[in-house]
Ligand binder design. Structure first.
Ligand code: ADP
Length: 497
């Protein structure tokens, strides 16, 4: 009987279920989008019950459509949108409020209350993070403060908290397991990534009862089985990781100093820093990559808010290209950007600038500039912003990055990847399977049950698509980077207009 690993990829906009065979090849995919709820400007929520139902439906469909019985599933691995927060009543299984999504800014006011330098330093040193609405802690506090009766119920022990991995596993096991893995725990701003325990000082400070928190487990181990009535068979669950960490694992970035960059709407870059937790001095956060056999590997993480989204804007906002893919064709019509730089700070600038009031600009316009130059400058901006994150990682880790693994929709753009390699002076490796996130969850699950023997075996499953090698001379690179830095200065909010 042929066996598979079922990867559950619960993302921000859709639920997916993907079947991997023993060679790491995808044999079936089902995906369904679900509703985004925007109650107020800057707020983003999901209906957690809808997430669960949608996820279950795609799981059933991927089995049914590919004619695979549940008994052929060796194990399930789960990867999920990180930080998104659900609180539910453990007696009824019903969420007490919508899931508050990672992007949501509704807890800005709560964060403001806690932004003293002492507390911020404590948080940074012990959780690796910054006090920001992005992370789960203030989302939990918001629900406890704003939804009537929840605080009292929580004190009585009737409320459970979970990120989406926890919520799905609780439902998959019929309420038996209330767990999360190290990688997801490290995104809550409540988990001490040095002592590997929920941090009592932060819990007390935020007045969050420890009883609502899940048990923290390894990212790869047999946790339990799905309830029999769900899929007709009990299926082993044996892998969990937050989406970015799962992608790092899926790209087999196992060595200290190895880096992956995901080019989606924004960019998420992670560097494996091995057994060392590095407290960033350059605008990055520290996080747990994964914990396996109780052994933790850490990562540095940086993000770019607008990456592929600038190409969407050229298409939908300006209307100068018809598809994202056309951007590559346009960029190659010209030999350079004719001195223009495009800083797409539409929603501020992330790592390493952290300027939420910066706004987008195009500099250096002359009559000789045409649409192809603008498109090229937009693509180059994705590479420059990623290069800024790489530089921050190099400074924090003291490791020079010689090779970067890439995935995500915009990594398909060959011009962009070559320019990235040129501007960094480093090799870029692109895999054939671009589903690194789902693959990472599958690898974690399969390693726990012996479906795959060890890391070496899964490294051999990866099939390379293309390598990009730097071709630009150093003077050109330096002069372009100087031009970029000047353009960024003009986009920043502290510059006189
Ligand atoms: P997300 O997971 O954030 O939704 P994806 O990984 O699906 O993102 O990537 C989609 C993004 O990549 C879009 O912003 C799109 O504009 C961009 N994109 C897709 N294909 C290309 C391409 N060939 N060149 C440049 N950008 C692209």
């Amino acid at each position: 009987m042929k066996k598979y690993i079922l990867s559950i990829d619960q993302g921000t906009t859709s639920c997916r279920a993907i079947l991997f065979n023993g060679s790491g090849i995808i044999e079936g995919v089902e995906q369904r989008e679900f509703e985004q709820i925007f109650p107020k400007s800057g707020w983003v929520e999901h209906d957690a019950t809808v997430i669960w139902k949608t996820q279950l439906e795609v799981i059933k469909n991927v089995l049914y459509k590919n004619n695979i019985s549940p008994s052929q599933i060796e194990a399930i691995g789960i990867t999920n949108q990180r930080e998104t927060t659900v609180l539910w009543d453990k007696n009824t299984g019903k969420p007490v409020y919508n899931a508050i999504v990672w992007q949501s800014r509704q807890t800005e006011e709560i964060c403001e209350r806690y932004r003293s330098s002492d507390f911020e330093n404590y948080v940074k040193e012990n959780t690796g993070l910054v006090v920001d609405p992005y992370f789960s802690a203030t989302k939990i506090k918001w629900i406890l403060e704003n939804v009537q009766g929840v605080k009292e119920k929580a004190q009585k022990g009737d409320i459970l908290f979970g990120t989406i991995d926890t919520w799905l596993i609780w439902n998959l096991t019929g309420g038996k397991l209330h767990i999360t893995d190290y990688s997801n725990a490290s995104r809550t701003m409540l988990f001490n990534i040095k002592t590997l325990k929920w941090d009592k000082y932060i819990l007390e400070k935020l007045d969050i009862p420890e009883s609502i928190l899940p048990k923290v487990v390894n990212s790869s181990e047999v946790y339990g089985k799905t309830a029999k009535n769900l899929l007709g068979e009990e299926i082993t669950i044996s892998g969990i990781a937050g989406d970015q960490q799962a992608a790092l694992f899926g790209e087999c970035c196992f060595q200290k100093g190895s880096v992956k960059n995901t080019y989606g709407t924004g960019c998420f870059m992670l560097m494996n820093t091995g057994e060392n937790m590095i407290v960033s001095k350059n605008g990055l956060v520290s996080t747990i990559a994964w914990g396996i056999d109780g052994k933790i590997e850490y990562a540095l993480e940086g993000s770019v808010f607008i990456a592929g989204a600038v190409i969407q804007w050229l298409r939908d906002g300006l209307g100068i290209i018809e598809s994202s893919r056309e951007s590559e064709f346009c960029a190659l019509q010209v030999k350079d950007t004719a001195g223009t730089y495009f800083v797409p700070a539409f929603t501020g600038l992330g790592t390493p600038y952290w300027d939420s009031d910066a706004r987008g600009i195009i500099t250096g316009l002359t009559r000789g500039v045409n649409k192809n130059h603008i498109v090229r400058a937009a693509l180059e901006s994705i590479a420059y912003q990623s290069a800024d994150v790489v530089k921050a990682m190099e400074k924090d880790s003291g490791i020079q990055i010689k090779n970067m693994c890439v995935d995500g929709g915009a990594a398909a753009n060959n011009f962009l990847m070559q320019f990235q390699s040129d501007i960094l002076g480093c090799e870029i490796s692109r895999l054939q399977v671009i589903e690194s996130t789902a693959m990472g969850a599958a690898f974690l699950a399969g390693l726990a049950t012996g479906f795959w023997k060890d890391r070496e075996e899964i490294e051999n499953l990866l099939i390379s698509d293309r390598h990009f090698t730097p071709e630009m001379d150093i003077e050109t690179r330096e002069s372009k980077l100087t031009g970029w830095k000047n353009a960024v200065k003009r986009a920043m909010s502290n510059q006189p207009l």
